[in-house]
Design a protein around this ligand. Sequence first.
Ligand code: AMP
Ligand code: MN
Ligand code: MN
Ligand code: MN
Length: 300
Amino acid sequence: MGCMTIHTASNILNADLHCHSVVSDGTLTPEALASRAKANGVELWALTDHDEIGGQHRAMAAASAVGLPYLTGTEVSVTFAHVTVHIVGLGFDADEAALAQGLYNTRNGRDQRAREMADQLAAVGIRGAFEGALKYAGNPELISRTHFARFLVETGVCADTYEVFRRFLTEGKPGFVPHRWARLGDAVRWIRDAGGMAVIAHPARYDLTPTAEYALFSEFKAHGGQGVEVVTGSHSPAEYPKYADMAIEFGLAASRGSDFHSPDESHTDLGALPHLEGRLTPVWEALADRIHWPSAVQAA
Ligand code: AMP
Ligand code: MN
Ligand code: MN
Ligand code: MN
């Protein structure tokens, strides 16, 4: 493994370090995602299911089978100053017990939350939403708003999942249940103690004031966080330069990932993103010795 290097100039590597499988709220299996990533020209891949690492060994094996270098991944739900923030973990040891336990505890309230969401939807005339959403959840421990969104599309209440989130399931709308997720410092610590790197996911998505955003980045750094997503399918291209500037200002490495969930729902496919600007330090530089190389390549 020590003899292997990525030959593409580092910043133009087609790395996709953020996507979801049926183990959380994606619609494809880890195996189908590995094949799709390879077909789309991805050169380094990570599966980052929400609050779960149950798909990591499957993803690793599937990546190896199609000849794709792999980093372990997850996306932890965090409550920071009353706002839900997502922290991606990359390159950790997938068998580390404390990380698995922390994620288990983070998932734990989802069932009760889903029942309360369904009660709110029933109050506006939408019945059977708990069972309807659960049907879409490949992992019963991970029932998410995405699964409710699929049910509301299936039943014709909304035309697509984007309309669902505009009309339901978000703050002030029916079906929104505030939830207390992991603490920022805990999420960063679980990832780091398992040998990985913590990365702020899609920072533009949180609608933070400049002051709150500065606080998030500062506290994240103070807890030992080391990266931020700059090029992500969850940002518009106009938002990339701002977070490139913030990465440099805060001394954070830059990550890149589609946040792909489904061929039918996601605007950005695996690997279909612009490169990281040359002025940024990619997260995969510090994670070079955490990459799982395909066995065929390793043997060569
Ligand atoms: P949850 O973890 O149950 O709160 O669900 C969050 C998931 O819902 C995210 O990971 C996205 O996949 C999806 N989601 C959240 N907000 C939106 C939105 N505005 N439009 C589309 N999908 C969304
Ligand atoms: Mn999601
Ligand atoms: Mn996210
Ligand atoms: Mn995501």
